[in-house]
Design a protein around this ligand. Structure first.
Ligand SMILES: *[C@@H]1O[C@H](CO)[C@@H](O)[C@H](O)[C@H]1NC(C)=O
Ligand SMILES: *[C@@H]1O[C@H](CO)[C@@H](O)[C@H](O)[C@H]1NC(C)=O
Ligand SMILES: *[C@@H]1O[C@H](CO)[C@@H](O)[C@H](O)[C@H]1NC(C)=O
Ligand SMILES: *[C@@H]1O[C@H](CO)[C@@H](O)[C@H](O)[C@H]1NC(C)=O
Ligand SMILES: *[C@@H]1O[C@H](CO)[C@@H](O)[C@H](O)[C@H]1NC(C)=O
Length: 312
Protein backbone atom coordinates (compact mmCIF):
# COMPACT_ATOMS: atom_id res chain seq x y z
CA UNK A 1 0.00 0.00 0.00
CA UNK A 2 1.33 3.43 -0.93
CA UNK A 3 0.93 5.60 2.14
CA UNK A 4 1.96 8.74 0.33
CA UNK A 5 -1.13 10.93 0.61
CA UNK A 6 -2.12 14.29 -0.79
CA UNK A 7 -0.81 17.38 1.06
CA UNK A 8 -4.12 17.85 2.92
CA UNK A 9 -4.08 14.30 4.16
CA UNK A 10 -0.48 14.66 5.21
CA UNK A 11 -1.21 17.92 7.00
CA UNK A 12 -4.09 16.21 8.82
CA UNK A 13 -2.07 13.21 9.89
CA UNK A 14 0.84 15.45 10.90
CA UNK A 15 -1.64 17.35 13.04
CA UNK A 16 -2.66 14.05 14.53
CA UNK A 17 0.99 13.25 15.19
CA UNK A 18 1.35 16.48 17.11
CA UNK A 19 -1.82 15.60 19.01
CA UNK A 20 -0.28 12.24 19.87
CA UNK A 21 2.88 13.93 21.11
CA UNK A 22 0.89 16.42 23.18
CA UNK A 23 -1.56 13.94 24.69
CA UNK A 24 0.81 11.04 24.82
CA UNK A 25 -1.72 8.58 23.40
CA UNK A 26 -1.76 6.82 20.06
CA UNK A 27 -5.03 8.04 18.54
CA UNK A 28 -4.03 7.00 15.05
CA UNK A 29 -1.35 4.92 13.41
CA UNK A 30 1.53 7.43 13.17
CA UNK A 31 2.73 5.53 10.13
CA UNK A 32 -0.10 7.06 8.12
CA UNK A 33 1.91 10.24 7.77
CA UNK A 34 4.49 10.57 5.06
CA UNK A 35 6.30 13.71 3.85
CA UNK A 36 5.05 14.61 0.37
CA UNK A 37 8.58 14.51 -1.04
CA UNK A 38 9.31 11.02 0.22
CA UNK A 39 8.30 7.41 -0.20
CA UNK A 40 7.27 5.60 2.95
CA UNK A 41 7.14 1.86 3.08
CA UNK A 42 7.65 -0.69 5.83
CA UNK A 43 9.18 1.74 8.36
CA UNK A 44 11.49 3.02 5.61
CA UNK A 45 11.20 6.67 4.59
CA UNK A 46 13.08 7.31 1.36
CA UNK A 47 13.63 10.95 0.33
CA UNK A 48 16.45 10.34 -2.12
CA UNK A 49 17.35 13.03 -4.66
CA UNK A 50 14.56 15.53 -3.99
CA UNK A 51 16.60 18.80 -3.79
CA UNK A 52 15.43 19.13 -0.19
CA UNK A 53 16.89 22.13 1.62
CA UNK A 54 15.04 21.44 4.86
CA UNK A 55 14.55 18.30 6.88
CA UNK A 56 11.17 16.93 5.72
CA UNK A 57 8.29 17.42 8.15
CA UNK A 58 5.87 14.73 9.16
CA UNK A 59 8.12 11.70 9.14
CA UNK A 60 6.32 8.84 10.92
CA UNK A 61 7.56 8.48 14.46
CA UNK A 62 8.03 4.74 14.16
CA UNK A 63 10.40 5.09 11.19
CA UNK A 64 13.38 2.80 11.49
CA UNK A 65 15.21 3.69 8.31
CA UNK A 66 15.51 7.23 6.92
CA UNK A 67 17.24 7.96 3.63
CA UNK A 68 17.97 11.62 2.87
CA UNK A 69 20.81 11.13 0.41
CA UNK A 70 21.37 13.48 -2.56
CA UNK A 71 19.66 16.58 -1.24
CA UNK A 72 20.75 20.07 -0.24
CA UNK A 73 20.35 19.86 3.54
CA UNK A 74 22.59 22.25 5.45
CA UNK A 75 21.59 21.14 8.93
CA UNK A 76 19.59 18.51 10.81
CA UNK A 77 17.03 19.88 13.29
CA UNK A 78 17.67 18.13 16.57
CA UNK A 79 14.11 18.19 17.91
CA UNK A 80 12.43 16.74 14.81
CA UNK A 81 15.17 14.17 14.31
CA UNK A 82 15.17 12.95 17.89
CA UNK A 83 11.41 12.34 17.82
CA UNK A 84 12.23 9.32 15.70
CA UNK A 85 12.96 7.16 18.69
CA UNK A 86 13.13 3.91 16.68
CA UNK A 87 15.55 5.19 14.06
CA UNK A 88 18.40 2.74 13.54
CA UNK A 89 19.49 3.66 10.01
CA UNK A 90 20.15 7.21 8.82
CA UNK A 91 21.66 8.04 5.45
CA UNK A 92 22.40 11.75 5.06
CA UNK A 93 25.15 11.34 2.50
CA UNK A 94 25.52 13.79 -0.41
CA UNK A 95 24.19 16.87 1.32
CA UNK A 96 25.92 20.04 2.53
CA UNK A 97 25.71 19.52 6.28
CA UNK A 98 28.22 21.78 8.00
CA UNK A 99 29.70 22.50 11.41
CA UNK A 100 30.24 19.77 13.97
CA UNK A 101 26.67 18.48 14.46
CA UNK A 102 27.06 18.88 18.21
CA UNK A 103 23.78 18.22 20.06
CA UNK A 104 22.19 16.84 16.89
CA UNK A 105 22.04 13.18 17.89
CA UNK A 106 20.57 12.74 21.33
CA UNK A 107 18.39 9.74 22.03
CA UNK A 108 18.56 7.78 18.80
CA UNK A 109 19.30 4.05 18.70
CA UNK A 110 21.27 4.55 15.47
CA UNK A 111 23.29 1.59 14.28
CA UNK A 112 24.14 2.95 10.83
CA UNK A 113 24.97 6.60 10.19
CA UNK A 114 26.16 7.88 6.84
CA UNK A 115 27.37 11.49 6.78
CA UNK A 116 29.73 11.08 3.85
CA UNK A 117 29.89 13.65 1.03
CA UNK A 118 28.96 16.61 3.22
CA UNK A 119 30.69 19.75 4.46
CA UNK A 120 31.49 18.85 8.07
CA UNK A 121 34.43 20.79 9.45
CA UNK A 122 34.96 19.34 12.91
CA UNK A 123 34.03 16.34 15.07
CA UNK A 124 34.01 16.93 18.80
CA UNK A 125 33.53 14.85 21.94
CA UNK A 126 29.87 15.85 21.88
CA UNK A 127 29.07 14.91 18.29
CA UNK A 128 28.48 11.17 18.62
CA UNK A 129 28.86 10.49 22.35
CA UNK A 130 25.21 9.57 22.88
CA UNK A 131 25.05 7.14 19.94
CA UNK A 132 26.13 4.13 21.95
CA UNK A 133 24.61 1.60 19.52
CA UNK A 134 26.55 2.81 16.50
CA UNK A 135 28.19 0.09 14.39
CA UNK A 136 28.84 1.84 11.06
CA UNK A 137 29.87 5.49 10.78
CA UNK A 138 30.75 7.03 7.44
CA UNK A 139 32.43 10.43 7.46
CA UNK A 140 34.36 10.14 4.23
CA UNK A 141 34.36 12.81 1.52
CA UNK A 142 34.01 15.79 3.82
CA UNK A 143 36.65 17.95 2.15
CA UNK A 144 36.62 20.53 4.94
CA UNK A 145 36.87 18.09 7.84
CA UNK A 146 40.11 19.21 9.47
CA UNK A 147 39.79 18.12 13.06
CA UNK A 148 38.54 15.16 15.04
CA UNK A 149 38.93 15.81 18.75
CA UNK A 150 40.85 13.21 20.70
CA UNK A 151 38.63 10.26 21.72
CA UNK A 152 35.56 11.60 19.89
CA UNK A 153 34.31 8.01 19.44
CA UNK A 154 35.10 6.83 22.98
CA UNK A 155 31.44 6.09 23.70
CA UNK A 156 30.84 4.30 20.41
CA UNK A 157 32.23 1.06 21.74
CA UNK A 158 30.28 -1.06 19.23
CA UNK A 159 31.77 0.74 16.23
CA UNK A 160 32.99 -1.81 13.69
CA UNK A 161 33.37 0.32 10.60
CA UNK A 162 34.63 3.90 10.48
CA UNK A 163 35.40 5.73 7.27
CA UNK A 164 37.47 8.91 7.43
CA UNK A 165 38.75 8.83 3.84
CA UNK A 166 38.96 11.91 1.60
CA UNK A 167 38.80 14.52 4.32
CA UNK A 168 41.21 17.34 5.18
CA UNK A 169 42.64 15.46 8.18
CA UNK A 170 46.37 15.92 8.62
CA UNK A 171 46.53 14.54 12.16
CA UNK A 172 44.64 12.11 14.38
CA UNK A 173 45.30 11.16 18.00
CA UNK A 174 46.06 7.45 18.00
CA UNK A 175 43.75 6.65 20.93
CA UNK A 176 40.77 7.99 18.98
CA UNK A 177 40.90 4.84 16.84
CA UNK A 178 43.23 2.44 18.66
CA UNK A 179 41.03 2.19 21.75
CA UNK A 180 37.85 1.25 19.86
CA UNK A 181 37.30 -2.33 21.00
CA UNK A 182 35.11 -3.49 18.08
CA UNK A 183 36.76 -1.67 15.18
CA UNK A 184 37.39 -3.96 12.17
CA UNK A 185 37.42 -1.60 9.19
CA UNK A 186 38.91 1.86 8.98
CA UNK A 187 39.21 4.32 6.09
CA UNK A 188 42.14 6.73 6.24
CA UNK A 189 43.06 7.03 2.57
CA UNK A 190 43.35 10.15 0.42
CA UNK A 191 43.90 12.35 3.44
CA UNK A 192 46.76 14.88 3.51
CA UNK A 193 48.54 13.18 6.45
CA UNK A 194 51.31 15.26 7.92
CA UNK A 195 53.88 12.53 8.75
CA UNK A 196 55.99 14.47 11.22
CA UNK A 197 56.89 13.32 14.72
CA UNK A 198 53.56 14.27 16.34
CA UNK A 199 51.95 11.58 14.15
CA UNK A 200 54.54 9.00 15.22
CA UNK A 201 52.35 7.01 17.62
CA UNK A 202 49.50 6.94 15.13
CA UNK A 203 51.82 5.69 12.36
CA UNK A 204 53.26 2.99 14.64
CA UNK A 205 49.72 1.81 15.40
CA UNK A 206 48.84 1.75 11.66
CA UNK A 207 51.90 -0.50 11.09
CA UNK A 208 51.08 -2.88 13.92
CA UNK A 209 47.28 -3.23 13.94
CA UNK A 210 45.54 -6.01 12.06
CA UNK A 211 42.31 -4.18 11.28
CA UNK A 212 41.33 -3.79 7.64
CA UNK A 213 42.13 -0.49 5.92
CA UNK A 214 39.92 0.66 3.05
CA UNK A 215 42.05 1.60 0.01
CA UNK A 216 45.22 0.85 1.93
CA UNK A 217 47.25 1.40 -1.24
CA UNK A 218 46.22 5.07 -1.19
CA UNK A 219 46.87 5.70 2.49
CA UNK A 220 49.86 8.00 2.14
CA UNK A 221 51.73 10.94 3.63
CA UNK A 222 51.25 14.34 2.09
CA UNK A 223 54.02 16.10 4.00
CA UNK A 224 56.97 16.36 4.64
CA UNK A 225 57.54 16.93 0.96
CA UNK A 226 60.43 14.46 0.60
CA UNK A 227 58.15 11.55 1.51
CA UNK A 228 55.04 12.81 -0.24
CA UNK A 229 53.10 9.76 -1.45
CA UNK A 230 54.84 7.30 0.89
CA UNK A 231 52.47 4.68 2.35
CA UNK A 232 51.73 5.24 6.04
CA UNK A 233 52.76 1.63 6.61
CA UNK A 234 56.21 2.30 5.14
CA UNK A 235 57.14 5.32 7.20
CA UNK A 236 59.00 3.50 9.98
CA UNK A 237 62.62 4.15 8.85
CA UNK A 238 61.82 7.73 8.06
CA UNK A 239 60.06 8.30 11.39
CA UNK A 240 62.89 6.61 13.28
CA UNK A 241 65.45 8.81 11.57
CA UNK A 242 63.51 12.04 11.81
CA UNK A 243 62.32 11.60 15.38
CA UNK A 244 65.78 10.43 16.44
CA UNK A 245 67.09 13.77 15.17
CA UNK A 246 64.69 15.41 17.54
CA UNK A 247 66.12 13.16 20.22
CA UNK A 248 69.61 14.40 19.28
CA UNK A 249 68.42 17.92 19.95
CA UNK A 250 67.39 16.82 23.41
CA UNK A 251 70.73 15.09 23.73
CA UNK A 252 72.52 18.34 23.01
CA UNK A 253 70.72 19.89 25.93
CA UNK A 254 71.59 16.89 28.08
CA UNK A 255 75.21 16.97 26.96
CA UNK A 256 75.31 20.67 27.72
CA UNK A 257 74.09 19.95 31.23
CA UNK A 258 76.64 17.17 31.64
CA UNK A 259 79.35 19.52 30.38
CA UNK A 260 78.29 22.14 32.86
CA UNK A 261 78.35 19.60 35.70
CA UNK A 262 81.83 18.44 34.65
CA UNK A 263 83.00 22.04 34.43
CA UNK A 264 81.53 22.73 37.87
CA UNK A 265 83.14 19.62 39.37
CA UNK A 266 86.42 20.60 37.75
CA UNK A 267 86.23 24.00 39.37
CA UNK A 268 85.51 22.46 42.75
CA UNK A 269 88.36 19.94 42.38
CA UNK A 270 90.72 22.73 41.34
CA UNK A 271 89.67 24.76 44.34
CA UNK A 272 90.14 21.79 46.69
CA UNK A 273 93.54 21.09 45.16
CA UNK A 274 94.45 24.72 45.69
CA UNK A 275 93.32 24.50 49.32
CA UNK A 276 95.38 21.33 49.84
CA UNK A 277 98.41 22.98 48.28
CA UNK A 278 97.97 25.98 50.55
CA UNK A 279 97.56 23.72 53.62
CA UNK A 280 100.61 21.69 52.63
CA UNK A 281 102.51 24.89 52.04
CA UNK A 282 101.47 26.32 55.41
CA UNK A 283 102.30 23.03 57.18
CA UNK A 284 105.74 22.98 55.62
CA UNK A 285 106.04 26.66 56.45
CA UNK A 286 105.06 25.82 60.08
CA UNK A 287 107.73 23.15 60.45
CA UNK A 288 110.22 25.67 59.13
CA UNK A 289 108.81 28.10 61.68
CA UNK A 290 109.26 25.47 64.41
CA UNK A 291 112.82 25.08 63.31
CA UNK A 292 113.13 28.83 63.36
CA UNK A 293 111.43 28.96 66.77
CA UNK A 294 114.31 27.12 68.35
CA UNK A 295 116.56 29.77 67.03
CA UNK A 296 114.36 32.81 67.59
CA UNK A 297 111.84 32.76 70.50
CA UNK A 298 110.15 36.04 69.40
CA UNK A 299 107.99 34.19 66.81
CA UNK A 300 104.42 33.35 67.97
CA UNK A 301 103.77 29.69 68.76
CA UNK A 302 102.60 27.75 65.62
CA UNK A 303 99.87 25.66 67.29
CA UNK A 304 96.97 28.18 67.12
CA UNK A 305 97.81 28.60 63.40
CA UNK A 306 97.41 24.84 62.88
CA UNK A 307 93.96 24.68 64.49
CA UNK A 308 92.91 27.69 62.49
CA UNK A 309 93.86 25.92 59.28
CA UNK A 310 92.13 22.70 60.29
CA UNK A 311 88.94 24.66 60.85
CA UNK A 312 89.17 25.84 57.25
C1 LIG B 1 15.23 5.23 -2.43
O1 LIG B 1 14.69 5.66 -3.63
C2 LIG B 1 15.57 5.67 -4.73
C3 LIG B 1 14.83 6.21 -5.93
O2 LIG B 1 14.12 7.34 -5.58
C4 LIG B 1 16.10 4.28 -4.99
O3 LIG B 1 17.04 4.31 -6.04
C5 LIG B 1 16.76 3.74 -3.75
O4 LIG B 1 17.16 2.42 -3.93
C6 LIG B 1 15.81 3.83 -2.57
N1 LIG B 1 16.52 3.46 -1.36
C7 LIG B 1 16.14 2.49 -0.53
C8 LIG B 1 17.00 2.23 0.66
O5 LIG B 1 15.13 1.86 -0.73
C1 LIG C 1 21.07 21.53 -4.83
O1 LIG C 1 22.45 21.27 -5.10
C2 LIG C 1 22.68 20.95 -6.44
C3 LIG C 1 24.13 20.53 -6.55
O2 LIG C 1 24.91 21.12 -5.57
C4 LIG C 1 22.36 22.14 -7.31
O3 LIG C 1 22.60 21.84 -8.66
C5 LIG C 1 20.90 22.50 -7.12
O4 LIG C 1 20.59 23.67 -7.83
C6 LIG C 1 20.59 22.70 -5.65
N1 LIG C 1 19.16 22.83 -5.52
C7 LIG C 1 18.60 23.80 -4.87
C8 LIG C 1 17.12 23.79 -4.80
O5 LIG C 1 19.26 24.69 -4.33
C1 LIG D 1 31.52 24.46 3.71
O1 LIG D 1 32.04 24.90 4.95
C2 LIG D 1 32.94 25.98 4.84
C3 LIG D 1 33.43 26.28 6.22
O2 LIG D 1 33.97 25.13 6.81
C4 LIG D 1 32.24 27.17 4.23
O3 LIG D 1 33.16 28.23 4.07
C5 LIG D 1 31.67 26.79 2.89
O4 LIG D 1 30.91 27.85 2.35
C6 LIG D 1 30.77 25.57 3.02
N1 LIG D 1 30.36 25.13 1.70
C7 LIG D 1 29.10 24.96 1.39
C8 LIG D 1 28.82 24.47 0.01
O5 LIG D 1 28.20 25.18 2.19
C1 LIG E 1 28.90 8.22 27.31
O1 LIG E 1 27.51 8.14 27.27
C2 LIG E 1 26.89 8.28 28.52
C3 LIG E 1 25.42 8.07 28.31
O2 LIG E 1 25.20 6.87 27.66
C4 LIG E 1 27.16 9.65 29.05
O3 LIG E 1 26.57 9.81 30.32
C5 LIG E 1 28.65 9.84 29.16
O4 LIG E 1 28.94 11.14 29.55
C6 LIG E 1 29.30 9.56 27.84
N1 LIG E 1 30.72 9.58 28.01
C7 LIG E 1 31.50 10.39 27.30
C8 LIG E 1 32.98 10.28 27.52
O5 LIG E 1 31.08 11.16 26.49
C1 LIG F 1 45.65 4.63 -5.54
O1 LIG F 1 46.74 3.77 -5.46
C2 LIG F 1 46.95 2.99 -6.63
C3 LIG F 1 48.06 2.01 -6.34
O2 LIG F 1 49.17 2.68 -5.83
C4 LIG F 1 47.29 3.93 -7.78
O3 LIG F 1 47.47 3.17 -8.97
C5 LIG F 1 46.15 4.90 -7.98
O4 LIG F 1 46.50 5.85 -8.97
C6 LIG F 1 45.88 5.63 -6.66
N1 LIG F 1 44.69 6.43 -6.85
C7 LIG F 1 44.74 7.75 -6.73
C8 LIG F 1 43.45 8.45 -6.98
O5 LIG F 1 45.74 8.34 -6.42
Amino acid sequence: MDKKGNPWHCFLSCGQNILIIVMGIGLLDPGLCCPVECNCEHLLVNCTDKQLEEFPMGIPMDTRQLVLTNNNLTYLPSVELNLLIDLVYLDCSHNILGDSLEATFIALPLVYLDLSHNNLSKITLNTFYLLTSLVVLKLSDNPNLQEIEKDSFANNTGLRQLDLSRTALIYLDVSTVSLLPSLRTLGLSFNPWDCYCPLKDFLKWVMETDIYFIDAENMTCNTPIHIHGLLLKDTEPHINLMCLTTLYERDYLFLGLVGFVIFGSGTVVAWLTGVCVVIYDRLCGSSEDEEDEEDDERHPPPKPKKTQELAV
